[in-house]
Design a protein around this ligand. Structure first.
Ligand SMILES: Nc1ncnc2c1ncn2[C@@H]1O[C@H](COP(=O)(O)OP(=O)(O)O)[C@@H](O)[C@H]1O
Ligand SMILES: CC(=O)N[C@@H](CCC(=O)OP(=O)(O)O)C(=O)O
Length: 299
């Protein structure tokens, strides 16, 4: 097959303004369990993260792993139920959740990033008391709602040239307490505390869809609230969009919900005019382009 090297060079050249704008930007990427896919897809995701770091951005990876938790719980004969998109978590379940998220899933991502030439460090919300939680709702058991964020550890890691990879498991206010935190909630809390330039939520749909099934490329928070109220946004998309609204309130510049199974999804969003998925931000869509403006990155 003949490769069009001229086109490759042109693509790189066209990316220059985006590379300049995002230099120093803090980008929190939530990698959902359903977006992870096979080893090749994981390797491609890892390359994109390493590329972001290489061009001077500060990527922070927060991951999920719901399907992987289901798999081990299934093998152990433990059933789990979900209420409003969150896993009802008993004492036994929380041990399995921590093993899977902080162990298997976290280290798989760390290894993939390191194999791609990056320097990833895997931590959970417990490390340096990054994310301290209280019980979200008595009905859910050991499911945590972040009440105190200590994000200095993340800044220390990215300033040292490292890529933080964070599992959504947290410490409680009482001694020896462990909480299972929804991956979107954890990523939103971390992005908010960092006042990140972007929060990218990688999932398994192309974006937020309207009543006719069309993906909306740009949304205002008011539009999202209306779509939740009239039932257009439902199921797992509710916690995701609610996370987006909270993150914007906390000072994140924009949130993008996009399909993580699409090759190079993060690069498509950050480094092309086309973008990917649904971008949610408070500024009216028509008044400004999709990416950051020159000199706008936070650091
Ligand atoms: N308006 C909507 N637009 C897009 N997806 C929606 C919408 N309403 C509900 N959904 C559902 O939300 C799901 C995404 O949430 P979820 O499965 O929890 O993702 P993840 O596992 O990546 O966190 C989609 O697969 C889709 O079925
Ligand atoms: C409280 C709660 O529901 N926690 C999630 C944590 C993992 C997660 O969020 O994984 P995805 O992003 O892959 O869905 C769970 O137990 O499944």
């Amino acid at each position: 097959m003949n490769r069009d090297w001229t086109a490759t060079a042109r693509t790189l050249s066209e990316a220059l303004p985006y590379l300049q704008r995002y230099s120093g930007a803090v980008v929190v990427v939530k990698f959902g369990g359903n977006a992870m896919g096979d080893d090749q897809a994981m390797a491609e995701f890892a390359r994109d993260i390493v590329l972001m770091k290489q061009v001077g951005m500060n990527p922070v990876v927060c991951h999920g792993g719901g399907p992987m938790i289901n798999e081990l719980l299934g093998k152990l004969g433990i059933e789990s139920t979900f209420v409003r998109g969150k896993r009802v978590t008993t004492k036994d379940t929380v041990d399995v959740v921590e093993m899977v998220l902080s162990g298997l899933v976290n280290k798989r991502i760390v290894q993939a990033i390191n194999d791609a030439g990056g320097r990833a460090v895997g931590i959970s919300g417990k490390d340096d008391d990054l994310m301290v939680c209280e019980a979200d709702d008595p009905e859910l058991g050991f499911v945590g709602r972040p009440v105190e964020m200590n994000v200095q550890i993340i800044r220390d890691l990215y300033k040292a040239g490292l890529i933080p990879v964070i599992a959504p498991v947290a410490t409680g206010m009482a001694d020896n307490e462990t909480f299972n935190v929804n991956g979107d909630t954890a990523a939103g809390a971390i992005a908010g505390a960092l006042r990140a330039d972007r929060l990218l939520l990688l999932t398994d749909v192309a974006g937020v869809k309207d009543k006719t099934g069309q993906v909306l490329t740009q949304l205002h928070p008011d539009q999202v609230r209306d779509m939740i109220a009239d039932g257009t946004i439902a199921g797992g998309m509710i916690p995701k969009t609610e996370t987006a609204l909270k993150a914007l309130q906390d000072g994140v510049r924009a949130v993008v919900i996009l399909d993580g199974r699409v090759p190079n999804a993060t690069l498509l969003e950050l480094f092309t005019e086309h973008g990917a998925g649904s971008l949610i931000r408070s500024t009216p869509p028509s008044t400004r382009p999709r990416g950051l403006r020159q000199g706008e990155a936070s650091l």
